[in-house]
Write a protein that binds this ligand. Structure first.
Ligand SMILES: [Mn+2]
Length: 391
């Protein structure tokens, strides 16, 4: 053995591993403390208490926020806004093709197309009528669906607690359960659910877990979210599970199929959906699965099923079923890997903005366009009085 004998100590790797001990971690600690302060404490089930509830490091869609609204970095200051967008980048609940963890980013990115927030047909400029912020993403646990539910529940409840309308950007449909669990304590009475989907999502478990075919089984176990106020629109095709349909029958949920839409027409089924969801209820939540739309228009999703709603039908229905107001909404199952030219995420954004516009136009959220005009006129008149005439 000569002096050129190679030992562990000669390895570059050994020297670099040793050097790690000498590297400072001042900035990393500062960043972590700031993230925890601004992002709030996680749910009790999360062991690592250094993980904040809201992800402050990422979740801004590579710099984009939803329709370019301000990023609410310090969540302690969330107080009197009208709308809070929040991402739930989860795909642990997908049973077939994953990818919805990238849904929030895809929605935010393509939402820049709509960043003018103006719609000529609806006669509305959302930016003028609503104070909106993007809260970034909830820190979900990719390998633990129940901890992820606790995180989403806590984050969405934080938004409800402040009387702010949450728009949850999914994520697979398993998040429907924590989204409703978060709302339930803030409603003094029953909650109706309007659920657009090709799948009934009413099974108790998929593969022994509460995956994306199960949210409404567990949501309708919540005492003030009875299944009799659950209206499911668009259910059909070859992937609906029999166990979910059995639950729908036993619990007397209402199922509106595409055959119903064709036979009775969009307006009449929408009227009925509205009536059933609101029957003896105090609030209604909208759960919109993008796969309720025909895959020709929404291919970017894990479990597409042909024969779905046309975008125009869905948008028309949404205008009708949301006009009595909503307590919150989720847009789920956008999986950008399977998308083409961002058409699915783009449609998701369109749906969200149309719902917000309807709520504004019906006087259920923010400032109505005519109220904005009146308020501006009021300000102008006061200005006229206090400003000396001249010029
Ligand atoms: Mn679904």
């Amino acid at each position: 053995m000569g002096s050129d004998r190679l030992g562990r100590e000669q390895l570059h790797g050994t020297r670099m591993v040793e050097r790690e001990a000498e590297l400072p971690s001042v900035r990393a600690k500062e960043r972590q403390e700031r993230a925890l302060e601004f992002g709030l404490e996680s749910a009790a089930s999360v062991r690592d208490r250094k993980i904040p509830l809201f992800n402050r490091a990422a979740g801004r869609g590579n710099g984009w926020t939803f329709v370019g609204m301000p990023f609410q970095e310090d969540m302690r200051e969330l107080a009197d806004q009208d709308v809070a967008f929040v991402g739930a980048p989860l795909d642990a609940g997908t049973t077939y093709r994953p990818g919805t963890r990238f849904g929030p980013d895809a929605l935010r990115r393509i939402s820049q197309l709509a960043a003018f927030t103006y719609n000529v047909e609806l006669g509305i400029d959302l930016h003028e009528s609503l104070d909106m912020v993007d809260c970034g993403d909830v820190n979900v646990m990719p390998a633990n669906i129940e901890k992820s539910f606790d995180q989403i529940d806590r984050a969405v409840a934080y938004i409800h607690e402040r009387g702010i309308f949450p728009v949850i950007l999914g994520g697979d449909h398993s998040i429907g359960y924590p989204d409703i669990r978060a709302l339930a304590p803030y409603v003094d009475g029953n909650i109706g659910i309007i659920h657009f989907d090709r799948h009934s999502d009413l099974s108790e478990y998929n593969m022994d877990e509460r995956m994306h075919g199960t949210p409404f089984f567990h949501a309708t176990n919540i005492p003030n979210a009875p299944a009799t106020n659950l209206v499911q629109v668009g259910i059909g095709g070859w992937t609906s599970s029999r166990s979910g349909v059995q639950v729908s029958r036993e619990r007397r949920a209402s199922v509106i199929t595409l055959t119903d839409v064709d036979r009775w027409g969009v307006d009449r089924v929408a009227e009925l959906a509205l009536e059933l969801a609101w029957k003896d209820a105090k609030a209604v939540f909208l759960s919109f699965d993008i796969d309720s739309i025909d895959p020709a228009f929404a291919p970017g999703t894990g479990t597409p099923m042909s024969g779905g709603l046309l975008p125009r039908e869905a948008l028309r229905m949404l205008h009708l079923v949301t006009r009595e107001g909503l307590a919150g909404m989720e847009l789920v199952e956008v999986a950008p890997q399977y998308d083409i030219s961002d058409i699915t995420s783009g449609l998701g954004v369109h749906i969200i903005l149309d719902v917000l516009a309807t709520l504004v136009n019906e006087g259920k959220l923010g400032r109505r366009p005519d109220a904005t005009v009146k308020a501006d006129a009021e300000v102008a008149r006061v200005d006229d009085q206090v400003t000396p005439a001249g010029g």
